[in-house]
Design a protein around this ligand. Structure first.
Ligand code: AHR
Length: 624
């Protein structure tokens, strides 16, 4: 009963409708998209969170002594390092890699780097890629490490393909050396960049053709409590100077989850540029995660302390747009990006709600409308778990409709619901006000990686598209899940240390994003009834296969007769008796009503409900 009203043009479909939400959850960054293979490379893991504490991920090779030191450090952001002392030859330390171990591909090169210092060690140090049984599958050497901190780097080729390997560092003579920032990357990262991203994982993102990327989260933006909120300034500049933070998605003692910030705001902006996606950074608004706030202290920055948070947001714009004369512009330029990064959107807070949030949001509005009026501000509205939160946000926004300044450009809505909810709520945005603030559906998913969930998302996405004059942007969430350890399911893309694959939900996103239209054709849904039709299918040769006589289709609501014609079929290009192209034609005006290729039977779902029959039949009183 879908009536396409001629070719009349409906709304323009938002060009930014389909994008991504990258959140550092489920090992999406460290141990995931970030191609670093060494876990706990700077010895900053903590005992309370990680089995083995600051030595988490390491083990002794051949009687070496391992000690964590914190005097004469590499830099203040990196306060621990490893002292390796051996009295026997060929002993050292092994790093086991993230989760189940390191993967290597035969013939590929790996870039090992480390900061070293030593009072007196004059020998060689052997660096080894190892298979599961610790056999060497590739080795190289560094030497001349005597003296104060210096960085060493070598390339090592893997002679075998290994999925659960490790890295060992073995000193050839007895002695003592200090090490920090032990690192191993494939040379073959995305675009072969140093400190790069996993090429196989970015490929799946690239194939989605996202129009935007929202980053870096999620609840990690908020922190739990405020102390460990994501601070973008800790995530740029030399990686050895980036200050590690525990991840709010804490993992387990066996699989603890930290943020080295090796992938940080510079890398996110670069990824947006590479994928030609608009950057949608989210900043903390002076509030920690409200969903986790019960019983916590330090969850809210006082209004008088908000300047610090607002300044962080302003400085982010300077980081993107500033030239070499500015503090943050020069950080970007120093990292190699002379041209500005595009920044058009800014999210204030992740999933915040209520009175305290809007008091803080308003302060950002006042400053940003004056300093950067072109930046679109995204307001948070909380999760949909209670409808009241959204209602509160929208009524708060509506109350500012008459203000001289634009209060909010987009509202960030989040919901994770059952597939049935998505099917029942396809009309959700039909009545949203078209004149004011638009919708950024920043996170949504039908709660499963099943075909049923994916189809319900697809149905819902047709409604997003139909309403994309008000729903301007939408992103499935979360993006990545590690198959061995994840804190949230479902996820769009699954990976381990060597493989990555899209869920069925991924392919729905891809199908929509890759085939986005320019505008809708006006259409309406009718409740119709067909009656009195007699069909003959498959009588005689296939080429004159079917005739439908006296077909009448009536609109049940108005009683209007929509079709009262003879229909006939034409079948052509059949190979054998059952494959080919089949179409049903309205005899009166010659228009094609229905067509099907590769039909094994000429089924008639489009006009007749479901019917697949060879021989005479009489379809009477079909309601569809
Ligand atoms: O995507 C998982 C989480 O869901 C996000 O961190 C948060 O924004 C939401 O509650």
């Amino acid at each position: 009963g879908l009536l396409i009203n001629g070719e009349k043009q409906g709304i323009d479909i938002s060009k930014t409708l389909y994008g991504l939400f990258f959140e550092d959850i489920n090992f999406a960054a460290d141990g995931g998209l970030y191609a670093e293979k060494v876990i706990n490379r700077s010895f900053e893991f903590e005992k309370s969170l990680a089995e083995g504490g600051q030595l988490h991920g390491y083990e002794v090779v051949n009687n070496a002594e391992l000690r964590i030191c914190s005097e004469d450090v590499l830099n203040d952001n990196n306060p621990n390092y490893l002292e390796l002392k051996t009295e026997s030859v060929n002993s050292g330390v092994r790093n086991k890699g993230f989760l189940e171990g390191m993967s290597f591909v035969k013939g590929e090169e790996y870039r090992f780097s480390v900061y070293v210092k030593s009072d007196s060690y004059k020998g060689k140090i052997q660096i080894n890629l190892e298979d599961r049984k610790h056999n060497y599958i590739g080795s190289g050497y560094i030497e001349g490490v005597e003296g104060s901190w210096s960085k060493r780097e070598i390339l090592i080729k893997a002679e075998e393909t290994v999925e659960k390997g490790s890295l060992s560092i073995v000193i050839e003579e007895a002695g003592t050396i200090d090490m920090d920032m032990i690192s191993l990357f494939p040379v073959n990262t995305y675009k072969n960049r140093e400190n790069g991203l996993r090429a196989d994982m970015v490929k799946l993102l690239e194939e989605l053709q996202p129009s935007f990327i929202r980053f870096p989260g999620g609840c990690i933006v908020e922190g739990n409590p405020l102390d460990n909120a994501y601070c973008w300034k800790d995530t740029v500049g030399d990686v050895a100077q980036r200050k590690q933070n525990e991840n709010l998605w804490i993992g387990t003692k066996d699989y603890p989850y930290y943020q080295t910030y090796g992938i940080g705001f510079y890398e996110y902006f670069l990824l947006c540029e590479d994928l030609e996606a608009k950057a949608v950074p989210i900043v903390n608004c002076g509030m920690s995660c409200q969903a986790r706030a019960a019983g916590q202290t330090n969850t809210l920055a006082a209004l008088s302390e908000l300047d610090h948070y607002i300044q962080d947001a302003l400085d982010l714009v300077e980081f993107c747009r500033g030239d070499a004369s500015t503090t943050w512009g020069s950080v970007r330029i120093g990292m190699g990006h002379i041209q500005p990064f595009e920044i058009e959107y800014l999210g204030i807070g992740n999933e915040q709600w209520g009175e305290e949030y809007f008091k803080r949001y308003e302060k950002f509005v006042q400053v940003f409308r004056e300093k950067y009026p072109d930046i679109k501000l995204i307001t948070s509205s909380g999760p949909l778990s209670s409808g009241d939160l959204f209602d509160y946000a929208w009524s708060e926004i509506d109350s500012h409709n008459e203000d001289a300044i634009n209060y909010a450009d987009l509202v960030d809505e989040h919901y994770y619901n059952e597939p049935e909810w998505f099917l029942k709520n396809t009309t959700r945005y039909d009545d949203y006000d078209r004149k004011g603030t638009e919708v950024f559906l920043g996170e949504y998913a039908a709660k499963s990686n099943s075909l049923k969930a994916a189809i319900s998302e697809a149905a819902y996405m047709t409604a997003l598209e139909r309403n994309s004059d008000v729903v301007k942007m939408a992103a499935y969430a979360p993006l990545f899940g590690n198959t061995l350890s994840s804190q949230w399911k479902p996820d769009m893309i699954w990976f381990n240390n060597s493989k990555v694959f899209g869920s069925v939900n991924y392919y729905v996103q891809k199908m929509f994003a890759n085939n986005i239209g320019d505008y809708l054709l006006e259409s309406s849904l009718m409740d119709v009834k067909g009656e009195g039709a007699t069909g003959k299918i498959g009588v005689g040769t296939w080429k004159t296969a079917a005739v439908f006589d006296d077909m009448k289709v009536t609109d049940n609501e108005t009683g209007k007769v929509l079709y009262e014609n003879d229909f006939s079929t034409e079948a052509s290009n059949f190979e054998g008796s059952s494959q080919g192209f089949y179409e049903i034609i309205d005899d009166e005006d010659g228009n094609m009503v229905y067509a099907q290729t590769n039909a094994s039977y000429p089924t008639n779902d489009a006009i007749m409900g479901s019917a697949s029959y060879v021989g005479d039949t009489n379809w009477s009183n079909y309601t569809y």
